[in-house]
Ligand binder design. Structure first.
Ligand SMILES: [Mn+2]
Length: 266
């Protein structure tokens, strides 16, 4: 019986399934997906479908890529309404037309390089997989229900699983972040210097441990840091799986919270 955490799968569906086999995941265990299951990689569609039908012993945490996906779909819905396009939510063809309209609109506004569908995930869902707006909206509904973090007790520690970083109070982070939500989704090294949990453990992803010279670089291995002052253990478990083809150090990691055992697919 274990509690497992995986983060930043980024559409690497095959590696994810391989990991589930490696940890021998069963009904007796629980799994926390700590965000960024989609974008960049080739199988965001498979990840979205898996998430939609995931078993009851799986907990989902929101990552910045899920949040951004939801914002993009919101933008599509707003344009549909504002321009009175009357898109049929069940029609994949009309969804594809709405997608093109949003692109055209952003182009006209000089926003071609904006953050709308930056990784082409929605484009691929609509134009390659034939997904319609009703499916996209259903996934957004699931994303909106994902909490920003999950707190659980493991042994004698309070353990926080979050996508990027955890801070208890706004006053700890206000010099660099405009809200706690922003910190949960986007913190990098600030997670260590500004965040944390007294006598706790913070498990996060978001920053791949494969970028030389960057924060948390650890040759594609999990990054662990212990802060003596607060007695807090920090983990960054994003080992950059989606960069595997370019970087032999990269891989997918999974941590079992009870004994801090790390599993890798490399
Ligand atoms: Mn992220």
């Amino acid at each position: 019986m274990g509690t497992y955490v995986i983060s930043d799968i980024h559409g690497c569906y095959e590696e994810f399934l391989e990991m589930m086999e490696k940890i021998d995941f069963s009904d007796m265990d629980s799994l926390i997906l700590a965000g960024d299951s989609i974008d960049r990689g080739r199988h965001s569609y498979e990840m979205l479908k898996w998430i939609e039908h995931c078993p009851a012993n799986v907990w989902l945490i929101r990552g910045n890529h899920e949040e951004e996906f939801a914002s993009c779909i919101d933008l599509m819905l707003r344009l549909d309404e504002k321009e009175g396009l009357g898109t049929d939510y069940c029609s994949h063809k009309e969804t594809a037309a709405l997608y093109s309209s949003v692109k055209y609109f952003l182009n006209n506004e000089g926003l071609a390089g904006s953050y709308f569908d930056l990784y082409g995930t929605i484009n691929s869902l609509v134009n390659d997989s034939g997904i319609a707006l009703e499916d996209l909206c259903r996934w957004v509904g699931i994303i909106r229900e994902m909490p920003y973090y999950r707190e659980l007790t493991v042994g004698d520690r309070t353990c926080i699983v979050v996508h990027a970083g955890y801070a208890e109070k706004m006053e700890n982070i206000e010099s660099s972040f405009s809200s706690l939500k922003e910190f949960y989704l986007y913190a990098r090294e600030e997670s260590l210097w500004l965040g944390g949990k007294q006598h706790g453990m913070v498990i996060a992803g978001h920053t791949p441990t494969v970028a030389k010279g960057a924060f948390a670089y650890n040759r594609g291995n999990v990054f662990r840091y212990y802060d003596k002052e607060t007695d807090c253990i920090f983990y960054d478990i994003d080992c950059g799986c989606v960069f595997r083809r370019k970087n032999p150090d990269a891989g997918l990691a999974c941590i079992r919270l009870e004994d801090e055992k790390i599993f890798y697919i490399k």
